[in-house]
Every structure is written in C-alpha cells, then in structure tokens.
Design a protein around this ligand. Structure first.
Ligand code: MRU
Length: 369
C-alpha cells in the first residue's frame, strides 16, 4: 500500500537476497523506522516485542525466520539439529496466532528432502516469498468479497454514510497488503462508497489509535478513534451499521480469537442487531481445535503494558505510568468470541456462515485433516 506516495509493505527481502527488513510498528505513527532481521534471535524479538504483529504478518515473518535459520545452518556439522531447534524456537515466540506455526511448517515442508545447503536456502527463500504473495492476494480477495456486504448496506441506506466499527489493527500493517478487516474498507473506498470507520483505540498497546488510524489516514479514509468502551453506546444509538474485525485464530467450528475486547463488541453487536463479520485468510483457521473458548491458548503479556502508556510529548516519544506504583495489573492479550455471535466470515474463497459445516463447504480439502 502507499505511504506518502511510496509503495510499502510491512516486510520485504532486501536486494542482497538475505536480509529481511520490517517496519518497526512500535514506533508508529510517530516515526517510520525500518529494522533488519539477520538472525533468528532478531526474528523472535521482532515477533515477541511486536515490531511485527497481526496474524498474517506473524506467519510471513516466521516463514522468513525459517529462511534465516537455513542460512545460519549453512556449513554447520549439526545443521539438521540446529535448523530444527531454530524452527522450534520461532514457533514458540507467541502462542495465539496460528499463522506462526503454519508459516514455519510450510517452509520446513518445502525444504524437506532438499540435498545441500544452497538448495535448502533457495527453497526456503522461495517458499517464504510465495507465502507473502499468497497472503497479499488472499487479502485482495477478502476485499472483493467483503465489499459486497458494505455495498448492500449502502444501498439500504440510500447511499448515505456506512459506519463500520473495527477493533485493533487488521490492516495492511498486520498482513502484507490491504489487510483483512480493512480490505473491504479499502475496496469500498476505491468504489466511491461513502464510508466512515469507528476505530477502537485498543488498549493496552493502542493498535487501533496508532496503526489503524495511521493507515486509514494515509489512504484518505474518513475515520474517528473511539475508546474501547464506546462501541456499545454507538451501537445502541444507531451509529454503527457493521462491525468487521480480524482474527488471530479461528477454529473450524467458528470460534474467533482476536484482540482482547473483541468479544464485548460482538455481544454489543448481537444485542443491537448489528452485523458482526470476521475477515480472515485460510491460514488463520485452526483445523484441529473445536472449542475456541477452552482450547485456544491466550497470550498473557507483560502487565507493564497496562500500567504504562506510550505517546508523543514535547521531548519526543516516551512512556508514562498511569497506575499507582504498587497496583497489580493483568494483561490478557486476546479473547474468544463464540461462533453464535458471528454473522459470517469473509475469506479469500467467499463469505460463509460461522458454522463448521459452512466453513468446510468453503474449504472441502480440509475435511478430515
Ligand atoms: O497483538 P497483536 O497486535 O498481534 O494482535 C493483532 C490482532 O488481534 C489482529 O486483529 C489480528 O491478528 C488480525 S490481523 C489481520
């Protein structure tokens, strides 16, 4: 997507063919900083510290991490053990987004059986690049299918403004291009539909206020940042026509893990008959787990992310404490919205109901996996 007229992605391979570069999302919107990832430790740090974040981007970064592991395994007598251990370390970087494991396993499978370091490195580089392109195309298709939902509401409202609420950042920064939840918004904007986005700030790390607002603003899409607690009020007063969110892991039965606070938005949407859609590429489905509420691992992050906020002051970007020094804090990073509260899924194959049957009808090759 374009940033100030320049095409950008959140991750790419440098011309030298071996250095992976990423946008440091911790610094946005105040600074556009690029980081090099040259070692597996850099990849793990980037995922854990949320230099990169969002399920599809975590998957692509993990895929490039396997490429870096293959590069670093070159000429080592223990290359097979070393490579396996490095891949296991990448897989353990964050627990909730299924794309992390998926991205590692896809590149490991592509490398399997390759003889010689050069062939392994080439195969890993090609597969990671292929995953990045596929995810970009998946998001484009999510936009194409999702825009029909926006268009229908626009027609019902005689072309007046369609108000869409989103939570966290499921934009191109979290993916490769277009985003998942934002793809239908970008597509609607391109079609000239009148849209306005309510952007949940998304405490504690403010991915909505910092990242979604930045993305939408750079694209010229009308938006308003609201506190995480505002959604229910907005819905009660007819100010939200549609909710679209992303997801970090969705069971094949339709339960959706996403950024903490998503479940409350789904409850409010249900109570107010506001359609609640989840946009995702197939890489975010978990084809094994059945019960998202009990079985999806929920990351608990450093409580200091709750106790402090980061922002821009007269002396630059800094962190300030907002709680009493001795108060405990807890930081559950995700929650699970049960399938019964989800109106539908927007995927690269089309839109379907949030049920096991509908999901498997769209992805029949996954039945029995
Ligand atoms: O903790 P984060 O910022 O990685 O969480 C991201 C989200 O919850 C996104 O909504 C989700 O990954 C979908 S991204 C297309």
């Amino acid at each position: 997507m374009k940033v100030d007229g320049k095409e950008m992605r959140p991750i790419w391979l440098k011309e030298d063919g071996h250095t992976v570069q990423v946008i440091d999302q911790r610094q946005l919107p105040h600074a556009l900083v690029i980081l090099d990832l040259a070692r597996v430790d850099d990849v793990i740090m980037a995922i854990q510290e949320m230099v990169v974040r969002g399920a599809p981007l975590i998957g692509v970064t993990a895929a490039y991490g396997v490429f870096i592991a293959a590069l670093n395994a070159k000429d080592r007598s223990d290359h097979a053990d070393f490579f396996r251990q490095e891949c296991d370390r990448i897989k353990a970087a964050r627990p909730t987004a299924i794309n992390l494991i998926w991205g590692v396993e896809r590149v490991v499978a592509a490398v399997k059986g390759m003889g010689g370091d050069t062939a392994r490195i080439e195969a890993a580089r090609a597969e990671a690049g292929c995953i990045a392109e596929e995810e970009a195309e998946n998001c484009r298709l999510i936009g194409e299918y999702g825009v029909a939902i926006v268009e229908k509401i626009s027609r019902q409202k005689n072309r007046s403004t369609v108000n869409i609420l989103t939570h966290c950042n499921a934009g191109w920064l979290a993916c490769i291009e277009y985003g998942t939840a934002t793809a239908p918004m970008y597509a609607a904007f391109e079609k000239g539909l009148d849209i306005h986005i309510w952007v949940d700030e998304t405490r504690p790390l403010n991915q909505g206020a910092r990242l979604t607002a930045w993305e939408l603003g750079k694209h010229g899409i009308d938006h308003t940042i609201v506190t995480d607690n505002a959604g229910g009020h907005l819905m009660q007063h007819g100010m939200v026509d549609l909710v679209i969110v992303g997801t970090d892991r969705t069971t094949h039965t339709g339960d959706v893990a996403n950024k903490i606070g998503t479940y409350l938005k789904a409850l409010a949407a249900h109570d107010n008959q506001v359609p609640f859609y989840v946009a995702l590429p197939s890489s975010t489905f978990d084809w094994e787990l059945k019960n998202g509420v009990t079985d999806i691992p929920i990351e608990e992050r450093d409580p200091d992310e709750v106790r402090y906020v980061q922002g821009l002051g007269p002396d630059g970007v800094k962190k300030v404490m907002i709680s009493p020094l001795d108060s405990r804090a807890a930081n559950h990073a995700f929650d699970v919205t049960p399938a019964r509260l989800v109106t539908g899924f927007i995927t690269e194959r089309g839109v379907c109901k949030a049920s096991e049957e509908a999901i498997h009808t769209l992805f029949p090759e996954k039945t029995g996996t």
